[in-house]
Design a protein. Structure first.
Length: 136
């Protein structure tokens, strides 16, 4: 294991974050992250799929069905790996606090929003066609 000086002597903050993530995760979790690019954590409530490049997926613990997406924003600019570490540790140590802190977007909201957006676009398209035909 590297000492603290070697940790900070790395070339980038992202490398430091990945090194720290390696120390925080179990061997199985790290192998899964190394292979799939995501950290899968099973909490008391649900299964969480944490990704450094997208919102966290919240899945049903029994069926694995996608329930929602979560977004945890740090108060300072930080590498993607640091957010991943913070989110993982928060879930691992206090899942209820995670639910109070993260922005949770249920899948139902997205399912309802898409048809509404399509309907709005169709109305705008019909309005545009009507105006074009009236100009001629």
């Amino acid at each position: 294991m590297e000492d603290g000086f070697q940790l900070y002597a790395r070339s980038s903050a992202e490398e430091n974050a990945l090194f720290l993530l390696r120390l925080v995760l179990s061997d199985d979790q790290w192998a899964s992250f190394d292979k799939n690019g995501v950290v899968v954590f099973t909490g008391q409530r649900n299964i969480y799929v944490l990704s450094p490049t997208s919102q966290t997926e919240i899945r049903d613990k029994t069926t694995g069905r996608l329930l929602a997406h979560a977004c945890l924003q740090l108060t300072v600019a930080a590498p993607k790996g640091d957010r991943l570490i913070a989110e993982y540790l928060l879930l691992k140590n206090n899942e209820d606090l995670y639910w109070r802190t993260a922005n949770i977007f249920s899948k139902i909201e997205w399912d309802m929003a898409i048809p509404m957006l399509i309907f709005g676009d169709l109305i705008l398209l019909i309005n545009l066609i009507a105006r074009i035909l009236n100009v001629r």
